[in-house]
Design a protein around this ligand. Structure first.
Ligand code: GLC
Length: 432
């Protein structure tokens, strides 16, 4: 049965918790980030050589999908079109598309087929901004590559024509590519928000074709602001979740009535979304594992980005990080999937996630002696297990713990080094 209400639609997303963001396109050739056109004020003409050259002969979406699944990711979001307006799909509404480059391939279709085959939910990133289209505002726009080019001062743009194009492309994607689970729109700013995009019409069209599809909140905002999802009276185009970017919300996200709002933190592995040759500042896998735990412990998802290069290869550093995360997820994914905040104070040593009657204590710092399972009373505990092996852990009671009768203590044994120094997970099943 298709869930078409917001709570029903979002259920798989909050089960999945961990996804792969993929930023790929012509900007992978200059290799200075996906905003290179804006940052360097590159004209369409000066950007055209990258279109003529684009031929990612090593593109192997099946390998990408395996890497995502083996990392423990349960969904992915792939750039169908970024702000530069280049379409990685065979749009009938433009010639500015991957099938017209030397690649000659519908890269979106291949991504969708490969990731579905690996059992992942599939999402598309679609930029509502388009710096290539002649009817998107140029001069005076906040970030268009020609924003301060006097040659474009006073040029008239038929924005309605642009909206017909943009809506038409979204309709191509939601009618021509099978089931899409998620649409990641990007992004609104200043007066370019909501009905300026004819957002209600856009969402209604999408719902007609794919009523189950979830959307982010960027028909209203960008990574700045949350939009009307927090207002208690969300607009029709508010989306299904909010999309904090390059940050994990300090306390999670609640609406005006204190009700938790679904959210997904999107985070780069280095400091760029699109492939950037000189950006080798990759976050260590242990750090990213703990950030995934932090997101889930606060009721959110982590959408972790890879930026494939001009040849279609995910950088080796990213693949290595994914492999390390996958090794941890293989043993401890139960403490992530379908988990949520525990409703308890954060312990000194780490974090807590919860699924039903099971609490997952994520231990980042080994305690001196016994581990205090904060927030629990002895009579509540059914069992304690080391999640990674299923081994029993006992409640410890002796002269050391007698000063703290209202606390539950357990022990990892005599070794002062944690079984997993990144995050050792203790699963505590509560009595009914
Ligand atoms: C920002 C950037 C865009 C990137 C997105 C990912 O909106 O403009 O380049 O794709 O963040 O969250």
């Amino acid at each position: 049965m298709e869930h078409t209400d917001r709570a029903g639609r979002i259920a798989w997303f909050q089960e999945a918790r961990f996804g792969m963001f993929i930023h790929w396109g012509l900007y992978s050739i200059p290799a200075r980030g996906e905003w290179v056109r804006s940052w360097e004020r590159i004209s369409n003409e000066d950007y055209q050589p990258f279109f003529e050259e684009f031929n990612p002969s090593d593109y192997d979406p099946k390998a990408w999908a395996r890497a995502a699944r083996e990392a423990g990711m349960r969904y992915a979001v792939f750039t169908a079109k970024h702000h530069d307006g280049f379409c990685l799909f065979d749009s009938k509404l433009t010639d500015y598309k991957s099938t017209n480059t030397p690649a000659g391939r519908d890269l979106v279709r291949e991504y969708l087929e490969a990731f579905r085959a690996e059992g992942l939910k599939v999402g598309l990133y679609f930029s509502i901004i388009d710096w290539h289209h002649p009817d998107f505002p140029h001069y005076g726009d906040r970030q268009h590559p020609e924003r301060d080019n006097e040659a474009f001062r006073g040029v008239r743009h038929d924005f309605d024509n642009y909206l017909r194009y943009m809506h038409g492309q979204v309709e191509e994607l939601v009618t021509g590519y099978g089931r899409i689970d998620l649409m990641w729109f990007d992004f609104s700013y200043d007066h370019m928000t909501g009905e300026t995009w004819r957002a209600t019409d856009l969402v209604r069209m999408i719902r007609r074709h794919q009523p189950h599809m979830i959307m982010d909140n960027r028909l209203e905002v960008s990574g700045e602001g949350f939009g009307s999802l927090l207002s208690g009276q969300p607009k029709e185009y508010a989306g299904d979740y909010v999309s904090p970017e390059q940050i994990i919300p300090p306390e999670g996200v609640l609406d005006i009535n204190g009700k938790p709002v679904p959210w997904e933190a999107c985070v780069t592995m280095n400091n760029h979304w699109g492939y950037t040759e000189r950006d080798k500042f990759f976050k260590p896998a242990p750090m990213l594992i703990r950030k995934l735990v932090e997101c889930v412990s606060k009721g959110g998802n982590l959408l972790l980005n890879v930026g494939p290069d001009a040849r279609g290869m995910i950088p080796e550093q990213s693949l290595d990080i994914l492999r390390q995360i996958g090794r941890w997820m293989k043993r401890n994914g139960e403490s992530i999937y379908g988990c949520s905040p525990a409703g308890m104070d954060k312990p000194d040593f780490g974090r807590i996630t919860r699924r039903g009657k099971t609490l997952y204590y994520h231990v980042f710092d080994n305690p001196i002696g016994y581990l205090p399972l904060s927030g629990l009373k002895p009579e509540q505990v059914e069992s304690i297990r080391l999640l990674s092996s299923g081994a029993q852990m006992k409640i410890e009671k002796d002269w050391i713990t007698n000063n703290y009768p209202d606390h539950v203590f357990t022990s990892f044994g005599p070794n002062p080094v944690l079984p997993d120094e990144t995050d050792t997970v203790v699963a505590v099943r509560l009595k009914d």
